[in-house]
Design a protein around this ligand. Structure first.
Ligand code: PBG
Length: 330
């Protein structure tokens, strides 16, 4: 071989133009869903310590943030509510004048085109912080699956009534997609799709979110309803069940430590797949970047591209507005 140029694969990487031409995976602004936190009050824009660059907004300031994101190219947002009152049954979660319905109305009024997705779960609204209502059996306390379903259906209805475009149940109760679908259909919302958090793992990566939403369980953990991290076949069973019950879009969550699950779901199912680049995945990069140990933009784009490459159609990410800007400037 001596005397012959050995260069072969490297020809495909020789110039920025060639690299761009041969790029297999591309990110687009339309892939992103931007999660946002809404609380009571007016004029509030409260920084979240555990998630640098993210804020708790009131229903007026959130409109401004949606306008800013929309201008950058973000076409969908996901709303989480932080209510001022909590109780055992999470009543503030299905109040038609609760924090989410009010925010949905004001966003849809100002920006009718933006797709407003609402998170449906009790944990932000219950005083015990669990994703469903509790049942006591002697000394043990458990989350009661079947008694939780009507409450989730009621919450979905309150969100649809306010104008939510999509509802996204994240509680991991069995049968909730079917219960929500039936209620929405019965009440004239057959056209409102369900984005199901189908394969949601009991993950340590939700830490910063629980701080942001004040939704950490007051006792125990979520391992009795969220999935066990080592399992992948079980994730496929969860997704198949949710599809049977009427889920229109299915989600894998978290994303980064579960790329194999996204990939397996993509290979198996012909349904739009979303992946949630969760709070911990965001905040660990932010923290390292603040120390000067990582280049935030470079690492964030690498992560988002990996999630896309694994097979996700949609990515829920706190970087959504930044990523739109980075894509435009790249
Ligand atoms: C509510 C919910 C959680 C997240 C989304 N919806 C927290 C949890 O299950 O404890 C986490 C999102 C994130 O970490 O960015 N059930």
């Amino acid at each position: 071989m001596s005397g012959y140029p050995l260069i072969r694969m490297r020809r495909r990487r020789a110039t920025p133009g060639i690299r761009r031409l041969l790029q297999e995976t591309r990110l687009h602004a339309a892939d992103f869903i931007y999660p946002l936190f809404v609380r009571d009050g007016r004029g509030v824009r409260e920084p979240i310590d555990s998630m640098p660059g993210q804020y708790r907004y009131s229903s007026d300031t959130i409109v401004k943030e949606c306008e800013r994101a929309h201008k950058l190219g973000v076409s969908a947002v996901l709303l989480f509510g932080i209510p001022s009152s909590k109780d055992a049954l999470g009543k503030s979660g299905y109040d038609p004048n609760g924090v989410i319905p009010r925010a949905v109305r004001s966003i849809k009024k100002a920006l009718p085109d933006i797709v407003v997705i609402t998170d449906v779960c009790l944990c932000e609204y219950t005083d015990h912080g669990h994703c469903g209502v509790l049942e006591k059996r002697g000394a043990t306390v458990r989350v009661d699956n079947d008694r939780t379903l009507p409450l989730l259906a009621k919450m979905s209805l309150a969100h649809a009534d306010a104008g939510a475009d999509v509802v996204a149940p994240s509680d991991m109760m069995d049968g909730r997609v079917g219960a929500i679908r039936a209620e929405l259909d019965r009440r004239g919302y057959a056209r409102v799709p369900i984005l199901s958090y189908a394969a949601k793992y009991a993950s340590g990566f939700y830490g910063p979110f629980r701080d942001a939403a004040g939704s950490a369980p007051k006792f125990g953990d979520r391992a009795g309803y969220q999935m066990n991290p080592p399992n992948v076949r079980e994730a496929l069973a969860e997704i198949a069940l949710d599809m049977e019950e009427g889920a229109d879009i299915v989600m894998v969550k978290p994303a980064l430590a579960y790329l194999d699950v996204i990939h397996a779901a993509r290979a198996r199912f012909d349904v739009p797949i979303a992946a949630y680049n969760v709070s911990g995945e965001y905040s660990m990069v932010k923290a390292a970047a603040q120390k000067g140990w990582l280049d935030e933009r470079r690492v964030a784009m690498e992560i988002l591209t990996a999630i896309r490459r694994a097979g996700a159609d949609l990515i829920l990410t706190y970087w959504a507005p930044d990523a739109c800007e980075w894509i435009r400037r790249s």
